[in-house]
Design a protein around this ligand. Structure first.
Ligand code: OVV
Length: 400
C-alpha cells in the first residue's frame, strides 16, 4: 500500500478513541472502508479493518489473529493488564476451548429458554409501571433497570450493590481503549468496585439455582479449577450487563427516531427478533475489538508484521455497502443476521441467547402496550472506548 496517498493520509491521522470520533463514528468508518481493506492508524501505530469481509476473515482466523495478548489496545506481552486477563475473552486455545465449552453449555439457547417466562414477567411489570408514568428516561428507567434486575437474578447474585455492575462494565469496556480521559474517569473508583465484583464470584456468594453456580458444577466434574470458575463468573459480570444496557438503549433510540419502524413492528410482532438484529447492525452497542497478529501476513496486498495490534471495526463492517443494501437505512424487515456485533468464530458472543431473550421480553412487552415513542428532549450520548450508547433518552409514550 502506498502510505503517501491522499486517502491514506486522511485516514492515518484518525484517533478512533477521540470524542469527535466516538460521538459520530460513521463518517470515519466510511473513510476507512474507502481507504482499503486494512489501514494504518498512525496515532496509535496499529492496523484497522473496517470492511465486512476483512473483519469477518480476521475473526474467523484465531491462529493468525490471537486474543491472548488482549483484545484492547494494550499488548499484554508488553505491559501488565489492569486486571488478571479473562480466561475466555483474552485467551486462545487450548485454554479458551476448555473454558468456552463450559459457558457454551450453560448459555445454550435451550438452557436460556428456561428463563423466558421470568424475563417476560419482569419486562411486563416494568413496562406497566413506565406506561403509567407516561414520561421516563429510556436509559436509567428501562435500558439499565431491566438488565440490572433480570441478569443478576439469573446469575444468582444478591440484590445489594448491583449498581457496581454498571461501574465495572464501564471500567472493563473503557479499558480496551487507550489510557485516555474516558479510561481515567471510569477507573476513578476502581478499587471498591473491583472488590465488590470479586466478592460476588465465589461459590459461597452464588444462589443455588442460578447460572453462576452452574460454572462451579464444572469444577466438581473436573473441567475447571475453583479459581477458574470464579474467573468465569467474573466474565458473566463483565460482559453481561453493559452490552445489553447499551443494546436495549440503542433499540429504544432507533424506535424513537424511526416511529414508522415501530409501527411496522407493532403490526407484526413476529418481526421483534429480526428487528433487534437490525438494531445491533445499525447502532452496534459493541463497536470494536482488537486482535494481535501471531505472524507476518498479507491482507489485500498490505504486509502486516508479527505481534501487531489490529483494531476491528465491527460497527463499520455492519454498514459496509459491499455487504449491505442501503446500509444507512434502519429497516426492521431486513435480514440483518450476519452483522458483526456479536463477533463470529471461536470468540463469537457466548451470551447472545441471553441478550436476545432480554430484547424479546422488553420489546414484546412494549409492543403490547406502547403505540408510539416521542422524544421530549435531546438524547445525551455516553462516550465509551468500546461501547456506543446513551446517557439519557427522555421519552414520552403513547399508551395503546
Ligand atoms: C465479551 C467480554 C467483554 C468484556 C469482558 C469479558 C468478555 C470477560 O470475559 O471478562
Amino acid at each position: 500500500m502506498n502510505m503517501d496517498s491522499t486517502v491514506d493520509r486522511l485516514v492515518t491521522g484518525i484517533d478512533p478513541f477521540s470524542h469527535a470520533f466516538l460521538s459520530d463514528p460513521y463518517p470515519h468508518h466510511e473513510a476507512m472502508r474507502a481507504a482499503g481493506p486494512v489501514v494504518w492508524l498512525d496515532h496509535y501505530g496499529i492496523w484497522g479493518m473496517a470492511r465486512h469481509q476483512e473483519v469477518r476473515d480476521a475473526l474467523t482466523d484465531w491462529q493468525t489473529y490471537c486474543s491472548g495478548a488482549g483484545v484492547g489496545l494494550s499488548d499484554f506481552r508488553k505491559e501488565p493488564p489492569w486486571r488478571p486477563p479473562s480466561i475466555i475473552l483474552e485467551a486462545d486455545p487450548p485454554l479458551h476451548t476448555r473454558t468456552r465449552a463450559v459457558l457454551t453449555r450453560i448459555l445454550s439457547p435451550a438452557a436460556i429458554n428456561v428463563l423466558r417466562e421470568t424475563f417476560a414477567r419482569e419486562a411486563e411489570a416494568l413496562v406497566d409501571r413506565l406506561a403509567e408514568r407516561r414520561e421516563f428516561d429510556g436509559i436509567a428507567d428501562l435500558a439499565e433497570a431491566y438488565p440490572l434486575k433480570v441478569f443478576p437474578d439469573a446469575v444468582g447474585i444478591s440484590e445489594e450493590g448491583r449498581e457496581n455492575l454498571l461501574s465495572y462494565g464501564n471500567m472493563v469496556f473503557n479499558s480496551f481503549g487507550p489510557r485516555n480521559d474516558l479510561f481515567e474517569k471510569a477507573m476513578a473508583n476502581a478499587g471498591p468496585v473491583r472488590d465488590w465484583i470479586m466478592s460476588k464470584c465465589s461459590r459461597a456468594a452464588l444462589a443455588p439455582d442460578g447460572l453462576g453456580i452452574q460454572i462451579f458444577a464444572a469444577v466438581d466434574s473436573g473441567e475447571l479449577t475453583e479459581l477458574e470458575a470464579g474467573m468465569l463468573v467474573r466474565s458473566f459480570l463483565s460482559a453481561g450487563i453493559d452490552t445489553t444496557v447499551y443494546g436495549l438503549g440503542n433499540a429504544l433510540y432507533c424506535f424513537a427516531n424511526y416511529p414508522e419502524q415501530w409501527a411496522v413492528l407493532r403490526e407484526n410482532p413476529s418481526l421483534i427478533r429480526l428487528a433487534f438484529e437490525e438494531v445491533l447492525r445499525f447502532e452496534a452497542p459493541v463497536q470494536t475489538f482488537f486482535r494481535t497478529t501471531t505472524k507476518a501476513i498479507e491482507v489485500g496486498g498490505v504486509k502486516l508484521g508479527d505481534g501487531e495490534k489490529v483494531l476491528l471495526f465491527l460497527a463499520a463492517a455492519n454498514r459496509d455497502p459491499r455487504r449491505w443494501d442501503k446500509p444507512e437505512i434502519f429497516d426492521v424487515k431486513r435480514r440483518a443476521t450476519g452483522h458483526m456485533t456479536f463477533g463470529t468464530g471461536i470468540h463469537g458472543c457466548v451470551g447472545q441467547a441471553v441478550a436476545r431473550l432480554e430484547s424479546e421480553a422488553v420489546f414484546g412487552a412494549l409492543a403490547k402496550r406502547i403505540a408510539a415513542f416521542e422524544l421530549t428532549g435531546e438524547p445525551k450520548r455516553r462516550l465509551n472506548n468500546t461501547l456506543r450508547g446513551l446517557d439519557s433518552l427522555p421519552l414520552r409514550v403513547t399508551v395503546a
